[in-house]
Design a binder for this molecule. Structure first.
Ligand SMILES: *Cc1c(COP(=O)(O)O)cnc(C)c1O
Length: 411
């Protein structure tokens, strides 16, 4: 079978064996060495100069993270991937490696809390950032200025699950030649491929669904091959020796990964790679559980509002249906007046009170008091986060056990 025609899961499962592995091993072994020796000094020089493939010093990557990069590239249908120690290290690398003083950024106002915090730091460093309602591409377009260097959006926002107008924003960026960066963490490449909406770079926090087991942190940037890097003003001359399709990732690996040092350790890369094998299977179960739970919650008198893109009541339900395979694993809801969210949460027995998302286990958290506490009431209001909002990251438990847990906790 032609490798490129293989299905999503087949391609991930067998990607390590694209090259022979010692002893016929089915998993890429852990390469823990941080340095690599060469017999011919010319080969060493060629690796340093980017003329030959190979490894130099572990901060820029290692064979184990490279094997994971191959998997992520296959999942996203991209041209290449750079992995990082965390999702935030990947996003940080994009803004630090690709922007110059005065460059303007347009970001969705509905982004991961730490991403919003990072973008505010960026502003303090002299890059103006406009936060706009990305559910409406016209608002993104209206915010563009001649200095806009990149547009950053997420697919489904956390915790209020707003869905960005991904395809139309892609059209706007394409028409203007602006780099379009899509954080695909909440959907994962099984539900959505940002390449289909003309994203130039894709971010995945591998920590979440792709790893899936809550046992390793990691992040990735994938180039879709659709952005014309010759139109990007900020590529350093010394990175232009390779074909233009490599310029962006080359600068991200050097200026972003090497210089800031947010390197993915081989052990963590291995955990993520093993988790990634079952991404599609887990997402199917997670999404069907999330749809069932959100429908059930919406019928309960103790619940004031349920937010889930799979519900017809969701403002971007039709958009989500047109873009995504399923509606994701995240939902949030508010209890009716007179019901204390803390009391409710404390009665949950199966569901774990925890800040992570994308774990196999279902996790719940009172948003305003924890992950969105630091940003203050005003920003929370702008993001649609009520004080009583509870976020659920749905896992792969048996559906009946999940519904029963919510039933007894609401009673
Ligand atoms: C968790 C998350 C990140 C950051 O990933 P870490 O691995 O925790 O640094 C970035 N974006 C989104 C949408 C996330 O959910």
């Amino acid at each position: 079978m032609n490798d490129s025609k293989r299905g999503f899961t087949t391609a991930i499962l067998h990607s390590d064996r694209g090259a022979p592995i010692e002893h016929g091993a089915l998993h890429k072994p852990l390469h823990l060495s941080i340095a690599y020796g060469y017999r011919d000094a010319r080969d060493l020089a060629a690796v340093f100069q980017g003329r030959a493939a190979g490894y130099s010093y572990g901060r820029q990557g290692n064979p184990t993270s490279a094997a994971l990069e191959t998997k992520i590239t296959a999942m996203e249908g991209g041209t290449g991937t750079v992995t990082f120690a965390t999702g935030m290290a990947a996003i940080g690398a994009i803004v630090m490696a690709l922007l110059k003083a005065g460059d303007h950024v347009v970001s969705s106002q509905y982004v991961f809390g730490n991403t919003a915090s990072l973008l505010l730091t960026l502003e303090a460093h002299g890059h103006p950032v406009s936060f706009v309602d990305a559910t409406d591409a016209a608002k993104v377009e209206a915010a563009l200025t001649p200095a806009t260097r990149l547009v950053f959006v997420e697919t489904i926002a956390n915790p209020r699950v707003q869905v960005a107008d991904l395809a139309r924003i892609g059209e706007v960026c394409r028409a203007r030649g602006i780099l379009y960066v899509v954080d695909n963490t909440m959907t994962s490449p099984w539900l959505f491929k940002p390449k289909d909406v003309h994203a130039g770079l894709i971010v995945n926090a591998l920590t979440k669904y792709i790893g899936g087991h809550g046992n390793a942190l990691a992040g990735a940037i994938t180039d879709t091959g659709l952005f014309d890097w010759t139109r990007f003003a900020n590529i350093a001359e010394n990175y232009k020796t390779q074909p233009p399709r490599n310029w962006g990732l080359q600068q991200l690996r050097k200026k972003g990964l090497r210089d800031f040092g947010g390197t993915l350790a081989p052990e963590q890369a291995h955990h993520i790679a093993v988790g990634a094998e079952t991404l599609a299977l887990r997402m199917e179960r997670i999404c069907s559980n999330a749809l069932a739970l959100s429908k059930w919650l919406a019928e309960q008198p103790q619940v004031r509002a349920v937010y889930y893109p799979g519900l017809a009541s969701h403002p971007q339900h039709a958009l989500a249906r047109s873009l995504f395979r399923h509606y994701g694993g995240l939902l949030s809801f508010e209890l009716a007046d007179g019901h204390d969210p803390f009391e409710f949460l404390n009665r949950l027995k199966v569901v774990v009170l925890s800040s992570n998302l994308g774990d196999n286990r279902t996790l719940a958290i009172p948003v305003a008091h924890t992950i969105f506490y630091e940003m203050g009431a005003q920003r929370r209001a702008a993001m649609g986060i009520a004080d009583s909002l509870i976020r659920i990251s749905v896992g792969i438990e048996d559906e009946t056990d999940l519904v029963e847990d919510f039933r007894q906790a609401l009673a």
